[in-house]
Design a protein around this ligand. Structure first.
Ligand code: AAO
Length: 474
């Protein structure tokens, strides 16, 4: 269940965090398919507890498996999946198999009208009773397997996945989503469930729905959220046979490098030599919805220049199953997504350049990012070659004879004649511009008969990266 089931040559997933189903459907048609995105990770789909102030994280506290959230209802979900599949964009659902909601004073109300008594572990809308959960305890020691897998992650009622009844419920939820046409799942808090239990559940899910264009016998793609920095008892390696695993070390190291805390020249050996998982098992990202809120070494949209460079490297270097984050703006960790006075999520609006305006950041609509998604599609299947660096923070490399990319994270200019490995011609730098009707709105590079081109990235330039590929030749 390692195959992401992409369509055509596409190979980048975008996480449309907290988007509504109708808006995603439209985005698949208007933007994602035309720009070559392969799929969308959507926010949790199951009815969740309503929390004061509507923090984004209330969606990680299910109280039933009705498909009713602030993103929309089941009909809207089904229609989104259909419309996205119709234009070759896959849908991956963030699923909560580990737990139900956390403690709550009295009766909790859900986004679909259900009620529950989380304190007594009573979720009649499933139904679950206390017997379906592990006895309550707190995680104090992250190196104690029992605590990590059987106690309550931040107080969330911990389901017992070894029980037949619980397994049946969870498989039913996954099967229902597969029937509606999804291509796979991000498995939240996978580290907090025993790999054997997950194995049982994943092996017993149905095949993907052929009515949605998937081949016969195709298995759902699985990527498991396991945060493993190498110093805890439960390791990512326990989960890799079941599906891909989120590679948090990638996120940390790429942040460090493009923040200037590790010279870019070291990136030549990027990949397993850095302790990362094998490429085809690693779900990679510059930031995700959790660590973009953490501070630390990571990068997010708030450092746009470095963030765009890190993302360009992420998408240019042949490593990992790439996911791009698409955020809403936030000042504090718990902040709700853009919403109106009735607490309904507001749809994103776009300016003349296609950027989002009303509280949505939409990194996936930044030219420097969507053009690198196209770059990754154009160079798919090629190897990295002709690595060049200045011994410090200027680097460049080719992807076969399909693409070339260069980075300057020094405080002085990069001015070099470099081997681009491209056929002779004039190329549009897809970072500084777009190829529109045969003309480039940004800088161009002339590649001579021997593949050489003059590459210039000024220290003061708007972006510290330049990218050329065969689909953007004038
Ligand atoms: C909310 C409130 C809580 C309240 C709870 C229940 O905030 O105060 O107790 O409700 O009422 C999200 C939010 C939570 C929210 C929750 C439920 O983030 O704030 O709680 O929804 O509404 C661990 C898990 C990992 C998990 C992560 C948040 O292993 O699975 O915590 N992520 C997923 C989702 C996340 C979601 C949930 C799970 C729950 O992506 O959005 O929570 O559904 C170490 C450990 C990690 C651990 C982190 C954080 O990592 O290794 O396993 O993640 O700590 O506790 C360095 C270290 C590294 C460390 C990392 C932390 O890199 O090297 O070891 O920093 O970033």
């Amino acid at each position: 269940q390692h195959n992401p089931q992409w369509w055509g040559n596409r190979n980048t997933i975008v996480h449309l965090f907290e988007w509504k189903w109708d808006d995603i459907a439209k985005e698949c048609e208007d933007f994602l398919a035309p720009h070559g995105y392969a799929g969308v990770q959507v926010s949790p789909v199951a009815e969740n507890i309503i929390s004061e102030g509507r923090p984004w994280w209330e969606r990680y506290q299910p109280i039933s498996y009705k498909l009713v959230t602030r993103s929309g209802n089941e009909l809207e979900f089904a229609s989104m999946v259909r419309r996205c599949n119709d234009v070759g964009v896959r849908i991956y659902v963030d699923v909560l198999l580990n737990h139900m909601s956390g403690d709550f004073e009295g009766t909790a109300h859900g986004t679909g009208g259900s009620v529950a008594e989380p304190r007594t572990k009573s979720f009649p809308a499933v139904p679950y009773t206390a017997n379906d959960f592990h006895p309550s305890c707190e995680i104090y020691d992250w190196n104690d397997r029992f605590q990590v897998q059987q106690c309550e992650l931040v107080g969330l009622k911990d389901l017992d996945q070894s029980s037949d009844y619980v397994r049946t419920q969870l498989i039913e939820v996954l099967d229902h989503l597969i029937t509606l046409g999804v291509a796979g799942f991000r498995v939240d808090a996978a580290k907090h469930m025993a790999a054997d239990d997950l194995d049982y559940i994943f092996s017993n899910m149905r095949d993907l729905n052929t009515d949605h264009g998937f081949p016969k016998n195709a298995r759902p793609f699985i990527y498991q959220e396991v945060i493993d920095h190498g110093h805890e008892t439960v390791s990512r390696d326990e989960y890799t046979s079941l599906g891909a695993v989120t590679e948090f070390r990638f996120s940390e190291e790429i942040g460090k490098a493009f923040r200037g805390n590790n010279a870019l020249k070291w990136l030549q050996s990027w990949g397993t030599a850095w302790g990362f998982l094998p490429s085809e098992q690693a779900l990679t990202f510059v930031d995700n919805h959790d660590n973009q809120r953490d501070g630390g070494q990571g990068l997010n949209y708030k450092s746009p220049r470095q963030y765009k460079m890190a993302t360009a490297f992420h998408l240019a270097f042949p490593y990992g199953i790439s996911q791009v984050m698409s955020s809403f703006g936030f000042d504090d960790r718990d902040q709700a997504p853009p919403q109106d006075a009735q607490e309904r999520i507001i749809s994103p609006e776009f300016d003349a350049d296609g950027g989002c305006t009303n509280g949505w950041i939409c990194e996936h609509r930044w030219r420097q990012i969507y053009n690198m998604v196209a770059f990754k599609n154009a160079v798919r299947g090629t190897e990295l070659s002709n690595w060049w660096d200045n011994g410090d923070n200027q680097i460049a490399f080719c992807r076969g004879n399909k693409g070339f990319v260069a980075f300057n994270n020094n405080l002085y200019d990069l001015s070099q004649t470099l081997q681009t490995c491209l056929p002779a011609g004039e190329y549009c730098d897809v970072i500084s511009g777009n190829l529109v009707n045969g003309a480039c709105t940004g800088n161009t590079v002339n590649v001579d008969d021997n593949g050489y081109g003059y590459i210039h990235i000024g220290a003061e330039d708007f972006d510290g990266v330049l990218a050329l590929h065969v689909d953007a030749r004038l």
